[in-house]
Design a protein around this ligand. Structure first.
Ligand code: ATP
Ligand code: MG
Length: 363
């Protein structure tokens, strides 16, 4: 199988490309800056170094928010039944904008800090009067901690808004979540967390980004934390990404999803070969996609299927597991077929990959 990594050619993309050579027959590292898209009367073309781009089984698109229109267009044109791309086209627009990310997370039942967007700076200043301090202000497309500020009073928030206005920058306002300048960076691949670290900001700093002097320490999330990160990735339509989480008294708050997470910091912190895990994930997903099992995990599917040795009065349903607060919830159809009643005494038997619910027949 053939893989293309389209990126700015940074260290992380290079590391993934190197590891991917152990899995894919061919690995090309393409420079996103050399790509052109041509829309003709009858065809759409992706041109790389003056020639139409080759065919690939997997295309992994990375790069910063500056390229979001190009990235989205690439996914739109190149994602088809022969090519696995681990993102939906829209994902690039949503995840590269912190406010759209918050909206999509919220809509999909993922906890987010209360976040505000106002139409004008004047309206934003008015809004400040009703908000509790301290607050966080963010530029929607900032990265590496640049464009994230905290204000502890109305006066300082107002003067920051004046500065942002003079720089013609849009701004979002966000509830400050007290975590002692610590956040959790989670790398999600499909339905799994493949690496996780805690980042602690340096003294006097609210931002925990490693680029702002923060330090990374290996961290193991509990079941709920892993589930929250995986749901956040799904909400924005990314099969692979970095999720930034704040652990607060009100639960895990997701603040951001990174489509092109830097791997050096997390590899140093966890001593895990995360680049290899990413490459392996891309390979396995592509193989599954090629087998025709594509995109199963992202949307909820429910269909009745036949199983081996199926008994006459048995029905099997293929679906995505619905787990809330660590509890498995089954589709209503299963309740109906089973004939169970509320409060009925049952025996639950679980093993790895299997759960059985059995009526407790007292003889
Ligand atoms: N609402 C908040 N409450 C408390 N701390 C916050 C909040 N939002 C952000 N922070 C701190 O600021 C850091 C940077 O914020 P955020 O992740 O939103 O932007 P970014 O890191 O600049 O973007 P990117 O991860 O794309 O580089 C976070 O890692 C966290 O430590
Ligand atoms: Mg971040």
């Amino acid at each position: 199988m053939r893989l293309a990594i389209i990126s700015l050619g940074g260290t992380s993309s290079e590391l993934i490309a190197k590891e991917a050579k152990d899995f894919f027959e061919k690995v090309d590292l393409l420079d996103i800056r050399k790509i052109e898209i041509h829309a003709h009367l009858k065809k759409l073309e992706v041109i790389y170094e003056k020639k139409p781009i080759q065919e690939y089984d997997c295309i992994y698109i990375r790069g910063s928010f500056n390229y979001s229109l190009l990235q989205r267009s690439l996914a739109y044109i190149l994602k088809n039944e022969n090519t696995y791309i681990p993102f939906q086209p829209d994902t690039f627009t949503v995840a590269h904008d912190k406010f759209l990310t918050i909206l999509s997370l919220q809509k999909n039942g993922v906890k987010v800090p209360t976040t505000y967007l106002a139409a004008t700076m004047k309206a934003a200043k008015k809004l400040l009067e009703d908000i509790h301090f301290p607050i966080i202000m963010k530029v929607p497309s900032g990265t590496q901690g640049k464009g994230v500020m905290s204000a502890d009073s109305l006066a300082s928030a107002r003067s920051m808004l004046d500065t942002l206005e003079s720089l013609k920058q849009p701004v979002i306002l966000q509830e400050y979540i007290e975590t002692g300048a610590t956040d959790v960076r989670v790398i999600v691949a499909g339905k799994k967390v493949i690496a996780c670290m805690k980042r602690k900001g340096r003294a006097g700093e609210i931002r925990s980004n490693i680029h702002q002097g923060g330090v990374g320490i290996p961290y193991e999330l509990d079941y709920q934390g892993e589930n929250d990160a995986i749901r956040a990735a799904r909400a924005v339509g990314a099969d692979i990404c970095g999720v930034d989480m704040l652990e607060s008294a009100k639960g895990n708050m997701i603040i951001e999803v990174n489509l092109s997470p830097g791997l050096k910091g997390i590899m140093n912190a966890t001593k895990k070969n995360v680049a290899k895990l990413v490459a392996e994930f891309l390979y396995k997903q592509t193989a599954e996609f090629k087998k025709g099992e594509k995109e199963k995990g992202v949307e909820e599917i429910m269909k009745i299927i036949k199983t081996k040795n199926e008994k006459e009065n048995e029905k099997a349903v293929l679906t995505n597991l619905d787990i809330k607060a660590g509890k498995i919830r089954l589709p209503e159809l299963m309740t109906k077929i089973s004939g169970f009643r509320e409060g009925e005494e049952v025996v639950l038997v679980a093993e790895n990959g299997k759960v059985e619910v059995r009526r407790h027949d007292v003889k």
